[in-house]
Design a protein around this ligand. Sequence first.
Ligand code: HSE
Length: 439
Amino acid sequence: MEKINVGLIGFGTVGTGVVRVVRENAGIIRDKLGAELVIKRVADKDLTRDRGIKLDEGVLTPDAREIINDPEISVVIELVGGTGIARDFIMEALSKGKHVVTANKALLSTHGREIFRKAGEAGLEVGFEASVGGGIPIIKALREGLVANKIDSIYGIINGTSNYILSKMTNEGGKFEDVLRRAQEKGYAEADPSYDVEGIDTAHKLAILIDLAYGTYISLNDIYTEGITRIDQLDIKFAREFGYRIKLLAIAKAVDGTVEARVHPTMVPAEHPLATVDGVYNAIHLRGNAVGSVMFYGLGAGMMPTASAVVADIVDICRDIKKKISGRISPLSYTEESVRDIKIKDISSLEIPYYLRFLVIDKPGALSKISGVLGAHNISISSVIQKDRKIGGAVPLVVVTHNALERELRNAIAEIEKLDIILDKVVYIRIEENLGAAN
Ligand code: HSE
């Protein structure tokens, strides 16, 4: 039987998973591919760490170039991460005529154009299914299954670590730091976990989804990005009272010739399917103008789910190698000539409902002072909660607004923070009511 050799650079959590999947599912892969998939070499700086899996003698090397320069290797799998040496490895592999598979969302969201162009010029493939949504085949869905659609909206929970933290805080009252440590121990978090909790990893993945949905290379600077580090137990509890759950959402929405592109904690109606996505699970809710609403759900991080996506790409490429074809589907699914810049809507012109929490001195007239400022900025109140009355003491006062302009909201908050009844910074969280429901 024909053998196809691949080389793996990066023998960390996902790399170990790739070796395991290829080994444990060798039979099914052989039956589907009609060839034997061989991981000929594995490169990693750390030659001694016990990964719970034994490679054959001579497979592991500290030198990635032994893979890139090996004429018998057809596909290079980059699982190093980051935008430094990983980029060099990919560009060199393409120069040497190797197809590439990567899970590197940071790299593709910043250097995707350069990498895809080089691959296209060389007639080579770049597989990146594992870059978004862990084991969920969302890249294939956007490139192929939904090819006939104009994408109206994308709402995604696409960072497993943040969702794990928010779920544990919501369901078990866990403390942020403790839960983050558990996510790190489980191998979900990025090397620098601030990427997870500050929304950066989510923005990287949203950039890739936007590129695929709208045929563009969006700049990360155009994605408004806010993480979960300021989410307080108090807001989680109030959200529940108003019938919401707080989720870190990646949002892309086509509105009047522009696209909203934003990542932030969001209050989601408790009955929406996205509100029930807990733990390290990811979900992407898409609305296409032909298909309507679709939702993809699965494990968004971790060794084996991510390896499942990496190996899917390898098999796809190996199938093309066998057929001696490549580039049947361009990386973004849009042809190179049709990829273009799109207009991104500025966050200041966003118009949605907001949750506001004020720490006020509980005395008569406090609410009317706040509502007066909001009213002057054209912001109308939909409901109010004030708990634990302590006359003359500090109490949280929570307001949910009707649709308001973010620009006006921020101006109103700046004014309110100057009032003598206000004791702390005002907390505000955006609310999404419809999430891709049919109009
Ligand atoms: N750190 C990422 C997450 C890994 O938590 O989702 C998967 O991309």
